[in-house]
Design a protein around this ligand. Structure first.
Ligand SMILES: Nc1nc2c(c(=O)[nH]1)N[C@H]1C(S)=C(S)[C@@H](COP(=O)(O)OP(=O)(O)OC[C@H]3O[C@@H](n4cnc5c(N)ncnc54)[C@H](O)[C@@H]3O)O[C@H]1N2
Ligand code: MOO
Length: 456
């Protein structure tokens, strides 16, 4: 899945690194030099002070932010399972264990094309054979054989199936074995795989194509699953265009096209995208009228003149569960409970910062709501050093090359060029990572599963 021609990070003098270290971060470095850093604690660190009003809220360390998002999803009412036809269950989690509704196989079955034989050979061969799908054939008597196809029901009193390549008929039409067909050979006995009532899969199993096949084999027409949560995406910003080239200070909306499939890969169901502009009333209306379980907003998280998200959340009495995260990019991201069973994820407007919010807050929230298992955390050594933020975690796009992760250029908050060719984001702790030092990796949903598979 690694794209060819990917540009990886240069050494320290990289232009993107320079862009990464904005004024705020430079100030943070100075403050760190003065020994005033607060590490990864919850108190607002000095880096925020230059932007911060006097009583600035507390930001949340990155690992805790993810836990809070997962916990928020668990705290809501239990989501009602639904029974859906098999075809609609792909990618959902089983809300009940999958219990066999039948023995498998449900009758003694021939495992090979050949003859069902009774007793030792040679055998006289019946005229009429047995094919898959035929109902109960006549029982065999000792010394008798019958042509049989793979998957056909073996006649009662069959002792073995002789494969076609192991049998020969003589001029009188009698069947001889070319090698021994021991008792039970090439017969799949009823119940070999499971008995009716056996648990085949536990509750919570993700429905894959293989699970669909097993469920069908075991007698299911529908599956009881955890439905995907509905998501409303509200794209804020008067400057955004939905088509054509950027002009007159306006830019293309990069998040409207990107979020629905990405959210789906994280467990979201029906997703609508609405463009709200920088209109506080429209934002208020859209949030209060939304019936979705999750609202995702983009932009407006900061404190600029048209950043209406915080005032709107205050106005509706939303509970801010996370208000800023110690992560770069994306630190103004937020998570709020807007109604008893509705959460709002506020993604920052800078596109890579929005990706950071997606992985930090939307991922654990949606995964938990949809009961999707979280991937096992894993680490790989980074091929090059990555400069750390003095206090915050950094998420840096990487490609996987052999047993190393290679940091990519173009990882500035407003850039998607790096992540568009990335396999994962590396979690770079405060202080940075040395060459060959292990870092946790967050796989991008398509990196392992492929585009067609992960968005079902
Ligand atoms: N005084 C401060 N200003 C800013 C701070 C801060 O701490 N103090 N944080 C900066 C950081 S970091 C980020 S990230 C942004 C977050 O801003 P908002 O969430 O309020 O987003 P906007 O201001 O609306 O947009 C930021 C940037 O992103 C562009 N954008 C927005 N939406 C889209 C989209 N759908 N597709 C493409 N690009 C988008 C927008 O045009 C802006 O350029 O705040 C900083 N400021
Ligand atoms: O740097 Mo801001 O953190 O999200 O783009």
């Amino acid at each position: 899945m690694t794209a060819r021609g990917v540009q990886v990070a240069d050494d320290a003098g990289d232009a993107e690194d320079a862009e990464e270290l904005d004024v705020e971060e430079a100030l943070a470095l100075v403050n760190e030099g003065n020994g005033t850093g607060t590490g990864n604690g919850t108190a607002p660190h000095p880096a925020q002070a230059p932007h911060a009003p006097a009583a600035r809220h507390r930001t949340t360390p990155w690992p805790q932010a993810r836990e809070i998002a997962a916990r928020a999803a668990r705290a809501g009412a239990r989501r009602a399972p639904v029974a859906v036809p098999l075809g609609a269950a792909l990618g959902l989690a089983l809300a009940a264990p999958l219990t066999a509704l039948t023995d498998l196989p449900s009758f003694d079955t021939s495992a090979m094309d050949g003859w069902a034989v009774a007793g030792p050979g040679p055998w006289t061969v019946r005229d009429e054979g047995v094919l898959a799908g035929h109902d109960e054939p006549e029982p065999l008597t000792d010394g008798e054989a019958v042509r049989i196809a793979t998957g056909a029901r073996v006649p009662q009193d069959t002792t073995a199936v002789l494969r076609s390549e192991y049998g020969r008929t003589d001029t009188q039409g009698r069947l001889h074995a070319l090698c021994e067909a021991g008792h039970g050979k090439d017969i799949r006995p009823r119940g070999q795989e499971c008995r009716s009532g056996d648990q085949l899969l536990p509750l919570g199993t993700l429905v894959t194509p293989a699970v669909l096949g097993l469920a069908a084999a075991a007698g299911y027409d529908t599956l009881t699953v955890i439905p995907r949560p509905r998501v409303d995406v509200l794209v804020l910003g008067d400057e955004l265009l939905t088509e054509g080239l950027p002009h007159g200070g306006r830019i293309r909306d990069a998040l409207g096209p990107m979020l629905p499939p990405w959210l789906r890969a994280l467990g979201a169901g029906d997703t609508t995208v609405r463009r709200i502009g920088d209109d506080a009333k429209a934002l208020h209306r859209a949030i209060t009228r939304s019936r979705a379980e999750v609202i995702v907003t983009t932009g407006g998280t900061a404190a600029g003149p048209v950043d209406h998200l915080h005032p709107t959340l205050r106005r509706i009495g939303a509970e801010l569960l996370v208000d800023g995260v110690e992560v770069r990019p994306g630190h103004p991201m937020l998570l709020a409970r807007t109604k008893e069973d509705q959460h709002l994820v506020g993604l920052p407007g800078n596109p890579l910062a929005a990706v950071s919010g997606l992985l930090t807050l939307a991922d654990p929230l949606l995964r938990t709501l949809a009961a999707h298992p979280a991937p096992e955390p894993y680490t790989l050594p980074l091929r090059e050093a990555v400069q750390g933020h003095p206090y915050d975690t950094r998420l840096v796009p990487v490609v996987l090359r052999g047993d190393h992760a290679v940091p990519l250029r173009y990882n500035g908050p407003a850039m998607l060029r790096g992540v568009a060719v990335a396999d994962a984001l590396a979690v770079v702790p405060p202080g940075g990572v040395r060459p060959d030092q292990e870092a946790e990796l967050l796989d991008l949903p398509w990196a392992a599963a492929g585009i067609g598979v992960c968005f079902t």
